[in-house]
Design a protein around this ligand. Structure first.
Ligand code: SAH
Length: 523
């Protein structure tokens, strides 16, 4: 969901890693004010190793988790189940919430105002295969510098032209041959045509938050629509990028999922969102930036893969785009991997693969419910990988990379915001270790036609307090750009309505549900 990315409590926190917040959480836990925190001895011991620097992070391993890891996780899980966490008791809690939460109702996830795509036997459809496979023409951002040099040589130009072209793109954010004055005139057109095909056409640009937030709607070469959101914060500029046109994960609260998956975006299409945002910043369109490149950056410093799509379902291209973002200029954008957040609905094998990639990106898991009974309905892919498996994979990401992970939790009124769920979440996280995770609750950004709303402030506070009392650093995130359809996918869903005759996209273009390429993993 574009527009959601940063903290509102405490102010100025970065991705929920605000120090005061952590310290407060730790102090509370030390004071013993926490709710039942299982003594997670073995996991804690592993963590101490990490602090001592003895744990070998990033060690090359094949497969998912090694045997010791798997055994450890199995033991942790068995202990949890003894305590009634995970397994059948989760269900009892959901079926009888009054027993655990002062009689607050349990609203079940249900599509309102639109129809969730289902399989013939009525289960939510999951699409891992893209109905459309055509990709745009190869762009230099799809290639490594060496590959660009080979391509340039193939076209009959000296290989160093590749560096010059790359410099224009990644340092000056331009694909305009007229501005490439260091290249011979005759070469420019040819090189640009061959290596810089147009990727994103701007359809709409909406600005809000006093000019600090800009939402873009882009049309891809085949008419598919995607969004990105640019957000200025003190000391950093964040871009929320899309990785797929549409999304096949079918989460009932998410605007993007409502139209299904159209296709994977190419590596260059993903990267171009950043380059275009940098161009817009350079033009002065994002408010309040210092021109001398001081504390307030003049280019995008942080990326969140929280726009349209499931990044790990487009794994190879997303990883290639991350490499391009972190490659030093002119090969890439020279950004810091730590400032890039990859968010997933919980595709476990892909999370484990990401942990072995050797790029220290920040990892975020969209959990939204700690118990399978609710998560099965809220996050359809939970039919394939259960909440505990997703949390295990997130924990494994921490073990392998040493990078603290984020748990995303959209707070939905009377659906997933019960105090017992905060306790259950805290217990499940602590059972695997301490200091490896923080939680980012996000007030739900209701999609059009939905009767779901975000949690009441006192319920939100209680949820956060319970997690903090359990020693889990927790930071409420703000939703940016609500008035510009902040929930990602809303703009794309409406995009063609305003385009009139010019629009070449019909709603059916983005409703691939009938495609034979769609698969139901539960089958
Ligand atoms: N598919 C990926 C990334 C895209 S969505 C994922 O699921 O993580 C980015 C985040 O926004 C996810 O945590 C997603 O669950 C959340 N989200 C989607 N729709 C939302 C809404 N209407 N309100 C609040 N959060 C939402």
């Amino acid at each position: 969901m574009a527009g959601m990315a940063e903290t509102s409590r405490p102010r100025g926190g970065d991705h929920g890693t605000d120090r005061t917040d952590r310290t407060r959480a730790r102090r509370k836990a030390q004071q013993g004010r926490g709710t039942a925190v299982p003594a997670a001895d073995p996991a804690d011991a592993r963590l101490e190793h990490a602090r001592d620097g003895k744990l070998k992070l990033n060690r090359p391993k094949r497969g998912l988790i090694d045997e010791t890891e798997a055994q450890q996780i199995a033991e942790d899980r068995a202990r949890l189940q003894q305590q009634g966490i995970g397994g059948p008791l989760d269900g009892r809690m959901l079926s009888n919430p009054a027993a655990t939460d002062g009689g607050r109702p349990q609203v079940r996830p249900q599509a309102e105002g639109w129809k969730q795509q289902t399989t013939d036997d009525g289960r939510p459809l999951l699409q891992f295969k893209q109905p459309r496979v055509a990709q745009p023409k190869t762009h230099l951002a799809d290639l490594t510098l060496a590959e660009r040099q080979a391509k340039v040589a193939e076209l009959g130009f000296p290989a160093f032209r590749a560096k010059q072209l790359s410099n224009h793109y990644f340092n000056h954010f331009t694909s305009d041959p007229d501005r490439m004055t260091d290249l011979p005139k005759g070469a420019r057109e040819k090189l640009v045509t061959e290596l810089m095909p147009p990727l994103l056409t701007e359809v709409r640009r909406l600005t809000t938050d006093n000019g600090d937030t800009i939402k873009f709607l882009w049309r891809l070469f085949d008419g598919a629509l995607v969004e990105s959101v640019l957000m200025r914060y003190p000391g950093r500029v964040t871009l929320c990028v899309s990785s797929q046109a549409g999304c096949g994960m079918n989460c009932p609260f998410c605007a993007t999922g409502q139209n299904g998956l159209t296709r994977n975006m190419s590596t260059a299409e993903i990267v171009e969102q950043v380059v275009r945002a940098n161009e817009v910043i350079a033009e002065g369109a994002l408010g309040g930036l210092r021109k001398d490149g001081g504390h307030n950056a003049e280019r995008v410093t942080n990326i969140v893969f929280m726009g349209m799509g499931e990044p790990l379902a487009n794994y190879k291209r997303v990883i290639a785009s991350v490499r391009r973002m972190v490659d030093p200029a002119p090969e890439g954008l020279g950004m810091s991997a730590r400032h890039i957040t990859v968010s997933t609905v919980g595709l476990v094998p892909a999370i484990n693969r990401l942990a072995e990639e050797g790029i220290p990106v920040t990892f975020a898991l969209s959990l939204h419910a700690p118990d399978d009974e609710l998560r099965d309905e809220l996050i359809p892919v939970n039919s394939r990988w259960k909440a505990d498996e997703a949390i295990d994979a997130a924990y494994n990401y921490f073990v392998k990379t040493g990078r603290r992970v984020s748990i995303e939790y959209a707070l939905i009124k009377d659906m997933n915001d019960h105090a017992w769920r905060a306790d259950l979440l805290g217990q499940k996280l602590n059972a695997r270790g301490r200091g490896w995770v923080h939680v980012n609750p996000i007030p739900l950004n209701p999609t059009p036609g939905s009767i779901w709303t975000s949690s009441e402030p006192d319920v939100t506070d209680e949820f956060i307090n319970r997690l903090e009392a359990a020693g889990i650093p927790t930071t409420l995130r703000d939703t940016r750009g609500k008035e510009i359809d902040g929930a990602c996918g809303q703009l794309a869903a409406e995009g063609d309505e305003d385009e009139g005759a010019e629009g070449d996209v019909t709603p059916s273009d983005r409703r691939p549900g009938a495609s034979s390429a769609s698969i139901d993993l539960r089958a």
